[in-house]
Design a protein around this ligand. Structure first.
Ligand code: PGA
Length: 253
């Protein structure tokens, strides 16, 4: 059985006070309303991680992750945060290769492979993002592009390391646009990704890797998306900033 995961990517949103309030609302609701077998992860901005982790406490139903990490271990890299620093604060998860980082910060496949290695070396669980822009979808080159993204970031791993990875398929045209992939589009791409993993790592490994869907997931479309055979949960942006909406999405998983 693959782990079901619903993750909230807060991006560069919330003041510290808003982040604390959102966390405390989620703690209350998650404890009361959500089944224990769905993993919940929040990805707040870097400066809030330590405090929110402390706020969640040791019995937390909710894990914390970072939205990015450096490819370097330490040194003169002003403004950067390493995987080892995250580990030393008890952070368990990290998003690698979000399309906004690929697009606005020129992150490329080889760089992301280094980040994956740094995260794994520090015991962090990477959520590796892939997904095509609208032009690629319209040109019907999206499958090839996503396969290349998977190869560049992950195909240097061995099967044991691959079992520690979570993948998020996020079509860029669906992120923050209110335009969600249909269930057929999502299932089709998740299966493409899983088959591609199987071709490299074998069926057993491919069957174990959770593949999350991201891109305008909302309370009213989550249930049908999460019901697809190869969709194992979601990476949620905008709707994760409202506790009630996020909890309803988690309950759909
Ligand atoms: P969205 O963002 O839910 O606001 O579309 C998803 C993401 O970028 O992870």
């Amino acid at each position: 059985m693959r782990q079901k995961i619903v993750a909230g990517n807060w991006k560069m949103n919330t003041s510290f006070q808003e982040a604390q309030a959102l966390t405390s609302e989620l703690m209350g609701m998650a404890g009361d309303e959500v089944r224990g077998d769905v993993k919940i992860i929040i990805f707040p901005p870097f400066p809030y991680l330590y405090s929110l982790k402390a706020q969640l406490g040791t019995n937390a139903r909710i894990e914390v992750g970072a939205q990015n990490c450096s490819e370097h271990a330490a040194g003169a890299y002003t403004g950067e945060v390493s995987a080892g620093m995250l580990k030393s604060m008890g952070i368990q998860n990290v998003i690698i290769g979000h399309s906004e980082r690929r697009q606005y910060f020129s992150e490329t496949g080889p760089l992301l492979a280094q980040k994956i290695d740094g995260a794994l070396a520090n015991g962090l669980k990477p959520i590796y993002c892939c997904g095509e822009p609208l032009e690629e979808r319209e040109a019907a080159t999206h499958e090839e592009l996503v396969k290349t993204q998977i190869e560049e970031g992950l195909f240097h791993l061995n099967a044991e390391a691959m079992k520690k990875i979570v993948i998020a398929y996020e079509p860029v045209w669906a992120i923050g646009t209110g335009k969600t992939a249909t269930t057929d589009q999502a299932q089709e791409m998740h299966l493409v990704i899983r088959k591609h993993l199987a071709s490299k790592f074998g069926n057993e490994t491919a069957a174990l890797v959770p593949i999350l869907y991201g891109g305008s997931v909302k309370a009213d479309n989550a249930r049908e998306l999460f019901a697809c055979a190869d969709v194992d949960g979601g990476l949620v942006g905008g709707a994760s900033l409202k506790s009630r909406d996020f909890i309803e999405i988690i309950k759909s998983a």
